[in-house]
Ligand binder design. Structure first.
Ligand code: ADP
Ligand code: MG
Length: 387
């Protein structure tokens, strides 16, 4: 007999110093590209330390007289900042490596790459053979654990890679038509009917599959960019661990979702028309639904989220329902050309982060109100006694 066990208790990362909460928000600033340098782009971002990023109000040429006007600079705080010189290894180790242990223990975890087109999402997630990204490094780490001879249980690792484009789901490893979402009547688990699943054994194979899969992603020219990723790419890694228990076999399934989201730029700015505009609306719908889920997650109100709002949130329902760890890596360009999109991205990421911290001051407010009323009652009682 096979029993599928998906733990639904919260793993104890509350004690982990690097991951005090279930939602972590990191920001990565990519380097200026050669083209940007040649065009004379200047930087509008300054990384202050591991947590603080400054969006500068004015030009930053070293000898710029406008430096005096810097008082309008805006400072943003995040769990982690990765500057222009951050390596793929650092980004992986700070954001995703801590999740791998959860997944091996049978939990679900999610990593999102958020940001406008060209800000470095795909570089962070997939990277190159020389500079492998988060997806490749995570699988590599999972493979390392497999090779541990001390493990008595059998472990299998498999992956599926799909895209959501215009609210349609397509298999990126075995491209065919559009696939449907099915909900298991008994378990409530949402699955993509007919999605291929590859058992994988080497890191090289992963890189090859992801690169091939990315070529299948729907990319078409828009006014803002020659090639723009209008689709969300979702890599799902399943880790199945089986162990003999009594007369049967117990199977634990850990899942790691790694998502390269569609560009977050607004349709208005890309001057899209017709089809493009419709895509924009779909992308915004998914991103909006995701934003709502993440906010609710940060507030601990996942119960009130409508996962059905988009395909993306339906697929990630389990991951977003509040008992899994989620990491968002927001991406920005340092160039002054992208000021508006950079600001939007930084605000979005900050909002996701701030909500969990907001709870405390609210409680303090209530306490001060209570103190105030207690004082009033005391004064009134004294007045009554005097009468
Ligand atoms: P997105 O997926 O967000 O549209 P890409 O990942 O394709 O953006 O990045 C745009 C360009 O910038 C690519 O040429 C990519 O190689 C380069 N790039 C992005 N991030 C980095 C980085 N951290 N270091 C070096 N090059 C980068
Ligand atoms: Mg991309």
């Amino acid at each position: 007999t096979w029993t599928f066990l998906t733990p639904n208790v919260t793993p104890s990362h509350a004690h982990s110093p690097t991951y005090p909460s279930l939602l972590q928000v990191a920001v990565r600033v990519r380097p200026l590209t050669n083209e940007e340098r040649q065009r004379g782009c200047y930087r509008i971002l300054e990384v202050q330390d591991d947590n603080m990023l400054t969006l500068m109000n004015q030009a930053t040429d070293r000898n710029d007289h406008l430096r005096q006007k810097r008082e309008k600079d805006k400072h943003f705080l995040y769990d982690r900042l990765h500057g222009e010189d951050s390596t793929q290894k650092e980004v992986y180790e700070d954001t995703t490596k801590p999740l791998v242990q959860d997944v091996l223990a049978g939990f679900t975890a999610t990593v999102f790459a958020y940001g406008p087109t060209g800000a470095g999402k795909t570089y962070t997630m997939v990277g190159t053979p020389e500079q492998p990204g988060i997806m490749v490094q995570a699988l590599n780490d999972l493979f390392q654990c497999l090779n541990d001879p001390s493990k008595i249980s059998k472990t299998k690792i498999s992956m599926s890679y799909l895209e959501i484009y215009n609210e349609n789901i397509r298999d990126l490893l075995q491209p065919s038509g559009t696939l449907d979402l099915r909900e298991d009547a008994k378990t409530g688990v949402i699955q993509v009917a007919g999605l291929s699943e590859r058992e994988i054994l080497t890191t090289k194979e992963v890189m090859r599959l992801l690169t091939k899969g990315n070529k299948e992603r729907t990319c078409e020219p828009t006014a803002a960019n020659k090639t723009s990723s209008r689709s969300h790419a979702l890599l799902q890694v399943n880790v199945r661990k089986s162990a003999i228990k009594g007369v049967g076999e117990e199977v634990k399934v850990g899942r790691l979702f790694m998502v390269d989201l569609a560009g977050s730029e607004r349709a208005k700015q890309t001057q899209n028309k017709g089809k493009r505009l419709q895509e924009g609306a779909h992308i915004n719908r998914s991103l909006l639904a995701l934003g709502n889920c993440i906010n609710a997650l940060a507030e601990g109100q996942a119960k009130f989220v409508n996962f059905r709002d988009s395909k993306l949130t339906r697929l990630l329902k389990e991951a977003l329902s509040g008992n899994c760890r989620t990491v968002m890596v927001a991406h920005v360009s340092p160039s002054h050309h992208h000021r508006e999109e950079t600001r939007n991205t930084l605000v979005y990421a900050e909002r996701a982060k701030k909500i969990s911290k907001k709870i405390r001051p609210t409680v303090l407010d209530i306490t001060s109100h209570v103190t105030h009323y207690k004082q009033m009652i005391k004064e009134l009682q004294e007045e009554v006694e005097r009468l």
